[in-house]
Design a protein around this ligand. Structure first.
Ligand SMILES: Cc1ncc(COP(=O)(O)O)c(C=O)c1O
Length: 346
């Protein structure tokens, strides 16, 4: 294996900062952000809020903390949170809403990551015997549903349904810029109507660390308390925010390449016998494969220098990002095809 070039398709989080980003980090103007004195963090928060058309932003070390501080700030202990099936806040955040904030999650059926507004309204608890429903969480793009894009009119209808029930709505927009690019819209339109939005800078946008929570100033004042309580108060965080600024200024324009490459890889793999692949779900930078033995396939691919993620016994996820070029896509398609055919013949 020594010297073998590795094509890492596990996630868009594996990218490393490029030379321009490292230079911006080295030269960042900094201060103590716990005292609210880091000018680069303030610039990042203000610039993303401006792009989103929200009052303000708040910088976090991770998307998980940003989501969880938002959930805590919107609710109180004992409340139930509605989220689509497969939502990251439920599946991959270690039960943090229960662990940290005393919240109970409830999942709504969500074909392609999107619940039905009628189901949302029907799910709201009204009885004295039930935990009161206090928040709705949506996700765009929806990771576990395939990196699929939620149509904006569906969001509008879901936000309207939540409003009719008097519920606030949080958007887990870890990859919201992928949705923006795929929809051909802008960030302001894509997050319109939500009470809060968490945006990750460390995925396809290419920053090494960081997420920004967007919302009103009053809401973010509350989220700020939870950020500190959850251990997310950072000091001279401008060295990280400087990378985030480049990520939001230059990252979105590049995402269309990731989407095109994911599509090319998916098309090359769609005909391989033994690989379940729904081309219709390849809308952004993710491909999910349904296979008989996901961990076995991932281990065999790793031996050939292609890294993928086994997310369950049957699901393999492949993700394109700025570390994956056109040649890598061709090589990955050939290696995956060969490995799958060889395993089928064995
Ligand atoms: C949809 C979604 N939300 C939130 C997160 C959490 O981000 P982080 O890994 O920065 O905690 C992720 C991470 O992969 C994600 O895919």
């Amino acid at each position: 294996m020594a010297g073998m070039d590795v094509i890492d398709l596990r996630s868009d989080t594996v990218t490393v900062p490029d030379a321009a980003m490292r230079r911006a980090m080295a030269e960042a103007e900094v201060g103590d952000d716990v005292y609210g004195e880091d000018p680069t963090v303030a610039r990042l928060e203000a610039e993303l809020a401006e792009m989103a058309g929200t009052e303000a932003g708040l910088y976090f070390p991770s998307g998980t903390m940003s989501n969880q501080a938002a959930l805590a700030a919107h609710t109180r202990r004992g409340v139930e949170v509605l989220a689509p099936e497969g939502a990251h806040v439920y599946e991959y955040e270690l039960g943090a809403m229960s662990l940290l904030s005393g919240l109970t999650p409830r999942l709504l059926p969500a074909p392609r990551g999107v619940p039905d507004p009628q189901d949302l309204r029907a799910a709201v608890h009204r009885s004295v015997h039930q935990a009161p429903t206090g928040l709705v969480v949506l996700e765009n793009t929806h990771n576990k549903a395939g990196g699929v894009v939620v149509p904006l009119e569906r969001h509008d209808a879901l936000v309207a349904a939540a409003r009719a029930e008097g519920l606030p709505v949080h958007l887990d927009g870890a990859r919201v810029f992928n949705a923006v690019v795929a929809n051909g819209t802008d960030l302001e339109r894509t997050v319109r109507g939500f009470d809060s939005v968490s945006v990750c800078l460390s995925k396809g946008l290419g920053a090494p660390v960081g997420s920004v929570l967007l919302g009103t100033r009053a809401f973010l004042d509350e989220a700020h308390r939870y950020r500190k309580a959850f251990g997310g108060g950072m000091r001279q965080a401008g060295v990280l925010a400087a990378a985030g600024l480049l990520a939001i200024r230059e990252g979105p324009a590049r995402l269309a390449d990731d989407h095109r490459r994911a599509r090319q890889l998916a098309q090359a793999l769609a005909e391989v016998p033994g690989l379940g692949l729904d081309l219709d779900r390849v809308e952004t930078n993710m491909i999910y494969l349904d296979v008989a033995d996901a961990p076995g396939l991932v281990a065999a691919l790793a031996e050939r220098g292609v890294r993928a993620n086994a997310l369950s016994a049957r699901a393999v996820r492949l993700v394109t990002h700025r570390g994956v070029g056109d040649d890598d896509v061709r090589t990955a398609a050939r290696v995956i095809t060969e490995v799958v055919e060889r395993r089928a013949a064995a």
